[in-house]
Design a protein around this ligand. Structure first.
Ligand SMILES: Nc1ncnc2c1ncn2[C@@H]1O[C@H](COP(=O)(O)OP(=O)(O)OP(=O)(O)O)[C@@H](O)[C@H]1O
Ligand SMILES: *[C@@H]1O[C@H](CO)[C@@H](O)[C@H](O)[C@H]1NC(C)=O
Ligand SMILES: *[C@@H]1O[C@H](CO)[C@@H](O)[C@H](O)[C@H]1NC(C)=O
Ligand SMILES: *[C@@H]1O[C@H](CO)[C@@H](O)[C@H](O)[C@H]1NC(C)=O
Ligand SMILES: [Mg+2]
Length: 394
């Protein structure tokens, strides 16, 4: 009676054990080689490209594959076989001179940077007088296009998420927390250098190359109109570059995102032409609501807005020393994100009051007194707030 059951149990047990052991052995054998191959491919074979490969990928640099152009030259979308995913191919304008050696070493360094919020530089080609950079292709294009460009505008929650992602990417560069333990200043933070992948994840691009680029000059900022609205005034006067210059530029991006317009806009009233000056003036007059992108009307919670504005203005402080570090900017934006997303974090207060989405009109009377005093106490620790307000440490 009991014997058949025992046999059956023993049989299934050993069968299961057999499968488990088999699976473990299989995994141990399989995993290391698969992993090695992948990383090797990324770091070695997918770094230097021949001009033939580039020509094949871009149908002989066919104009129909151009997706944009900037100070550096045309940008093509292409497929390089051994890179699997589509790539963005940036070709230096023919005829420009180049510091080929410096350029090459810089690329070899930067292409090793990996972070979820950086557009990876995959490789380069410097054959036959060409200077070509190959990046991961970002399917949704630039942040600018999705705020006041050709594409449909983003919601406030999407914008917050993107700002936070971009801040994390820049912080990674500044922190020097990479293989080379090297701190990198981006030098060209702006809304066209924050790209979006197919999942709307923000990725910072074009970092670290401007210093050692062609001819040792600023190849990514030659589009003066595009970058001039982002320039740290202190750096402009003193030529003294630090990571705080990136912080300033990022502050300009934050205002673009909030106000839904370009840093410099010649089609408006003279007093409104320069975004930073106009915004600061409106803030002082307690009229921040007037600057907010009309499509965001009624979707920003007031505490979130106040925190966001506080972070942006701290980035835009005239003196670099007073500006926060990117680390503090990340914390400030996390705080703003929390204030927008959850009433649950608010202790002791009525949920309905906290969660109410306040119409922008309602800010007007309140903002001059409360924004300046910044009495936001919910969600964010005092440490976080103190850091942002004091302009960071060191
Ligand atoms: N990795 C990428 N994926 C998808 N599109 C890209 C990528 N890199 C660039 N582009 C597109 O190409 C355009 C030009 O980029 P590029 O970096 O050359 O100029 P820019 O950032 O507008 O200005 P600047 O030359 O001053 O940096 C971008 O606006 C964007 O639309
Ligand atoms: C790893 O690469 C070697 C040779 O480069 C190849 O023979 C092997 O099949 C690869 N392994 C995997 C799992 O792709
Ligand atoms: C570019 O490609 C299109 C079709 O994809 C073709 O008609 C055209 O001739 C090509 N141009 C050049 C310069 O090769
Ligand atoms: C690069 O520098 C060299 C001299 O250092 C100069 O002759 C050349 O015109 C420069 N090229 C560009 C594109 O500025
Ligand atoms: Mg760019």
């Amino acid at each position: 009676m009991k014997l058949p059951i025992l046999v059956a149990v023993a049989a299934t047990t050993s069968l299961v054990a057999f499968f488990i052991i088999g699976f473990l052995i299989f995994r141990c054998l399989k995993k290391p080689t698969a992993r090695n191959n992948k990383t090797q491919e990324h770091q070695n074979t997918c770094l230097h490209f021949s001009i033939e490969e580039i020509r094949t990928a871009t149908k002989n640099l066919n104009d129909s594959l151009i997706i944009g152009n900037g100070g550096f030259g045309n940008v093509y979308k292409g497929h390089i076989e051994r890179c699997h995913a589509p790539v963005a191919i940036k070709r230096l304008k023919p005829g420009s001179d180049q510091g080929a050696h410096e350029f090459r070493t810089e690329i070899e360094m930067l292409s090793r940077f990996r972070h979820p919020h950086l557009v990876s530089l995959i490789g380069y080609c410097n054959e036959g007088g060409e200077m070509i950079l190959v990046y991961d292709f970002m399917a949704r294009g630039t942040l600018r296009d999705h705020i006041y460009g050709s594409k449909s505008p983003l919601t406030w929650n999407q914008r917050l998420e993107i700002c936070l992602g971009a801040a994390r990417g820049i912080h990674f560069l500044h922190a020097g927390d990479n293989d080379n333990k090297r701190m990198v200043i981006h030098r060209d933070v702006k809304s066209t250098n924050i790209l979006l992948d197919e999942n709307w994840v923000a990725k910072v691009s074009d970092f670290g190359l401007s210093k050692d680029g062609p001819n040792g000059s600023t190849h990514v900022t030659t589009d003066v109109k595009g970058s001039i609205g982002y320039l740290d005034p202190e750096y402009y006067v003193s030529q003294w570059l630090s990571q705080k210059s990136d912080v300033y530029s990022f502050g300009v991006v934050l205002l673009e995102v909030l106000c839904g317009r370009a840093p410099i806009k010649s089609t408006v009233d003279k007093r409104e032409e320069i975004l930073v000056a106009w915004f600061k003036k409106c803030f002082d007059e307690g009229k921040v609501d007037r600057t907010v992108d009309p499509v965001l009307k009624g979707t920003i919670k007031i505490k979130c807005l106040m925190k966001f504005v506080e972070v942006a203005l701290s980035c835009l402080h005239h003196h670099g020393k007073q500006r926060p570090l990117m680390r503090d900017v990340v914390m400030g934006l996390e705080c703003a994100w929390n204030l927008q997303h959850s009433g649950a974090h608010v202790k002791g207060k009525g949920k309905s009051e906290e969660e109410k989405e306040i119409g922008l009109k309602e800010i007007e009377g309140e903002s001059s007194s409360s924004s300046k005093g910044t009495t936001i106490t919910s969600t964010c620790s005092e440490e976080q707030q103190a850091l942002v307000m004091a302009g960071g440490v060191s």
